[in-house]
Design a protein around this ligand. Structure first.
Ligand code: CU
Length: 494
């Protein structure tokens, strides 16, 4: 077959529902209060508006609406919480009560997931439907023992997740706790970057989304941080900057570097690590978060945070399909991009602020009582009568429990990716530690709730199911994959 015919053949087939099997064959495989964030200059390094709890309560309404927002100079049809993309930063302390009314002014059902919080799945309930025109009040307490985390809130209504998040529904949710009380952290300036891509040809609905882009996971060409292209972030000379990063993209993976400047990891998804670790590259899959400390100890100037190309699979195949595939809205091949620029600010400090030696200990979990295997792939689930993405051969079916676990039990979950595409894995409600990756032990212990899993990789997670019984989910955080079935229900029984 001539190459041109072969390409044509691929495109025709990719446009049909049968593309799943094709892909596997061809690849082989309240009051507004702003405690810490600088909102004075939204156009120059703008931080999203923060709403902090007062006297132990964060009470507010979040209204989801469809509206036009200007992103990177382009008017886009987006979905916004309280008119903002990203949504407002919600800031609480451990022990606080959150009373949040979601008002749905969209034309489709929605709900909220509190990604990063250890709260009951009866509250953080992804099976709840808040219908168009309806409202629902979520009320819960952040446990007093909750770690300080950078979390985020976003819709999790099955089949609508990818399009609603891609259209802009997501906002940061910060819990302050023990990490915030460390003296050096207290003295650090703070900034937050919500990383999110946009695609003018796709925003405001999925009607232009090709089957290929949906299978791969939609991405946009406009890479933004806090809805801006390459915003400035202030770094105090001789001071410290605590930088929080959230990957709120529906599919895109960021492989971040800060050339010619040191930066130190201090926290992952579910809070602090034991001590700062100097990084070269920070990989952030959709849903993952990280906190960094950046010392203003270099020659004052501007330093760029860049994302270097990361292949989450199929890029070679899409490349081989030619221009037609590359022009499909939602298909963006790996590329180099500047995410934000650190800009030194003069300060009165004569001597540099030192990094803390210790953060918060990360105790190892006990040896597991149970081992389970989860195989990520794509194919046909006859029991569900569907073709899509699968976990252990099964696609998601509402109401079907896939995994039964016991409260307080420690388990090792071996996640095996048999696919040529990356499938970042997220567990709701409980945190975990990554024990091994491709048979090699992890270099340091950390609390996570989402883990990058590249094509054909495998990881072992150790989980203790703590505090809350009930049904919750685990899924691929490429949200198009989740909507196409790569999700399971875990029932935690007492
Ligand atoms: Cu996936």
């Amino acid at each position: 077959m001539k190459r041109r015919q072969f390409n044509r053949h691929l495109i025709d087939l990719a446009a049909a529902t049968a593309s799943v099997s094709l892909l596997s064959q061809c690849s082989g495989e309240t009051p507004r209060k702003n405690a810490r964030y600088d909102t004075a200059s939204p156009r120059t390094g703008g931080q999203p508006i923060a709403i902090a709890s007062t006297e132990g309560l964060l009470a507010l309404s979040l209204t989801a609406t469809s509206q036009t927002q200007t992103i990177a100079g382009k008017p886009l049809n987006l979905l916004a919480y309280n008119g903002q993309v990203p949504g407002p930063v919600l800031e609480v302390r451990t022990g606080d009560v959150v009373r949040l009314t979601l008002v749905n002014h969209l034309s489709s059902p929605t709900n909220l997931h509190y990604h990063g919080l250890h709260i009951s799945p009866e509250v953080d309930d992804v099976f709840r439907e808040v219908a168009a025109g309806e409202r629902y009040t979520y009320e819960f307490q952040i446990p007093k023992t909750h770690p300080a985390v950078t979390g985020w809130y976003h819709p999790h209504y099955h089949l609508q997740v990818a399009s609603q998040v891609f259209d802009g529904l997501a906002g940061p949710l910060i819990v302050r706790g023990a990490l915030d009380d460390i003296p050096e952290i207290r003295q650090a300036a703070e900034a937050l970057l919500v990383l999110k891509d946009f695609e003018p040809k796709l925003q405001g609905g999925s009607q232009n989304l090709s089957t290929l882009a949906k299978r791969w996971g939609r991405e946009g060409r406009l890479l933004t941080a806090n809805g801006q292209q390459n915003p400035m972030v202030k770094l105090p000379h001789n001071g410290l900057l605590r930088l929080r990063l959230i990957n709120a993209s529906a599919s895109g993976v960021y492989q971040l570097r800060l050339p010619d400047h040191p930066w130190f990891l201090i926290a992952t998804d579910r809070g602090a690590i034991a001590e700062p670790i100097e990084l070269e590259t920070l990989l952030l899959s959709p849903g993952e978060r990280a906190e960094l400390l950046i010392p203003g100890s270099r020659e004052p100037g501007n330093y760029e945070i860049v994302s270097v190309p990361y292949d989450r699979g199929l890029s070679e195949m899409i490349e081989s399909m030619g221009e037609a595939a590359r022009q499909m809205p939602g298909i963006v091949l790996p590329k180099h991009a500047t995410i934000a620029t650190l800009q030194y600010q003069p300060s009165d400090r004569k001597a540099p602020l030192l990094l803390p030696q210790q953060l918060i200990p990360v105790e190892p979990l006990p040896e597991p009582e149970i081992h389970r295997e989860f195989v990520l792939d794509h194919g046909i689930d006859r029991s569900a009568g569907s073709t899509g993405f699968t976990i252990n051969g099964q696609s998601f079916v509402m109401g079907r429990v896939n995994t039964h676990v016991r409260l307080n039990q420690v388990e090792d979950w071996h996640i095996i990716n048999r696919a040529s595409m990356a499938h970042p894995f997220h567990l709701h409600t409980n945190r975990f530690q990554v024990i091994e990756r491709n048979g090699q032990p992890e270099p340091f212990r950390a609390w996570k709730d989402t883990v990058a899993i590249g094509s054909y990789e495998s990881v072992t997670l150790r989980i203790k199911f703590e505090d809350f019984a009930g049904q919750t989910v685990y899924h691929c955080h490429i949200l198009d994959h989740e909507d196409q079935g790569m999700m399971g229900i875990v029932d935690i029984q007492t």
